[in-house]
Design a binder for this molecule. Structure first.
Ligand SMILES: Cc1cc2nc3c(=O)[nH]c(=O)nc-3n(C[C@H](O)[C@H](O)[C@H](O)COP(=O)(O)O)c2cc1C
Length: 327
């Protein structure tokens, strides 16, 4: 007797997967992903039409974003009580095959619940050390084959490099014009559900915690090193620099971020300086990093709350058109 094939997804279950994917972090909140549901297979597609030619000329952050969405998708499938098998591809980003019933672990539930609470927290943190065991749990959540997660030594050198990047990005008119486009339409009648809200980038944001704009103060290297020492930083590094590496780094970043959220921590991610020519190579040599840095995660306990950012309507996740009126 052969066992029955795994059941397809109900409309409600597809909605749960779509909501989880939609809440993933993405470069400039561009949400560069779509879902194609085919019975028990779900393709995660990369929206290559989302172009950030100044911030992300090679589409690296777009793939990191898809990697973060993949982590959310896998968690949502497991929390539905189904087995989940992921295959990475070059054309579609990944195919998630939904298998037979299987109880989700307590950890899956904890990370899934964190999906809706996670947000970019670009503010200063409340003073207070993060316990070593919590720090270690974040590192363990991100480390996987080909991905290393490390805290930087030599904050003086990091401050010098980030100070340099701030000066370059502030003066880069093309870069700033592109950033304006991604912050301009997030409020009022123009709002369509993507982009970075103006108040998520307020003037109180400490240097090297958000996105450098024309008016961002240029930090003094010594002051910046002191500020960095008040934060907790992790670098996500990969062995290589291929599409698969970018996807893996994004998936790892989201596991770290959700683990932090589940442990009452908040944080934000920085990739902006990593796109400057030669910057990653300088970081590797100055900080003796164990691989190519793909993202920097800063975290701590919150001193103030941070607002959630908008999302596109759920129907836009489906290339075939709105899926049964999902919003
Ligand atoms: C690959 C990637 C790169 C990002 N780079 C930056 C960055 O350099 N600076 C920043 O402030 N936020 C950065 N972010 C955070 C996004 O702007 C943020 O996830 C998005 O606006 C959605 O907001 P949320 O995280 O609150 O849901 C990045 C996110 C991802 C996934």
């Amino acid at each position: 007797m052969t066992a029955a094939a795994p059941a397809g997804l109900t409309h409600e279950q597809i909605g749960a997967l779509a909501r989880a994917v939609s809440r993933a972090p993405s470069v400039h909140n561009s949400q560069p992903w779509q879902l194609l549901v085919r019975g028990t297979e779900v393709d995660l597609l990369e929206r290559r039409d989302v172009e950030l030619s100044r911030h992300d000329p090679r589409g690296r952050d777009r793939l990191l974003s898809c990697g973060a969405a993949l982590t959310n998708l896998e968690l949502a499938v497991r929390v539905l009580g189904r087995d989940c098998h992921v295959e990475l591809h070059d054309d579609v980003v990944a195919t998630v095959t939904i298998g037979r019933p299987r109880a989700a672990s307590a950890r899956d539930f904890a990370l899934y619940r964190a999906i809706g609470r996670r947000r970019s927290h670009r503010h200063r943190f409340y003073h207070g050390r993060v316990p070593a065991a919590v720090h270690a749990a974040l590192i363990a959540a991100g480390e996987t084959t080909g991905v290393r997660v490390v805290a930087p030594g030599r904050l003086d050198r990091l401050a010098q490099l980030l100070g340099f990047a701030t000066r370059v990005l502030r003066e880069d008119r093309g870069y700033q014009r592109e950033l304006d486009l991604w912050t301009a339409h997030t409020h009022g009648r123009e709002a369509i559900g993507d982009g970075v809200p103006e108040d998520a980038l307020s003037a109180e944001i400490p240097p090297a915690a958000g996105l450098v704009r024309r008016g961002t103060p240029v930090p003094d290297d010594v002051v910046l090193a002191e500020r960095l020492a008040e934060e907790n930083l992790l670098f996500l590094c990969t062995d290589g620099d291929t599409r698969a590496d970018h996807l893996a780094a994004g998936a790892a970043l989201q596991r770290v971020w959700l683990t932090a959220t589940a442990k009452a921590l908040v944080g934000s991610v920085l990739t902006q300086p990593l796109h400057l020519t030669g910057f990653r190579a300088r970081l590797v040599s100055e900080l003796a990093l164990p691989g190519i840095p793909q993202a920097i995660f800063r975290f701590g306990y919150p001193a103030v709350p941070a607002a959630p950012s908008p999302r596109l309507p759920l129907g836009e996740l489906f290339p075939d058109g709105p899926s049964g009126g999902l919003r």
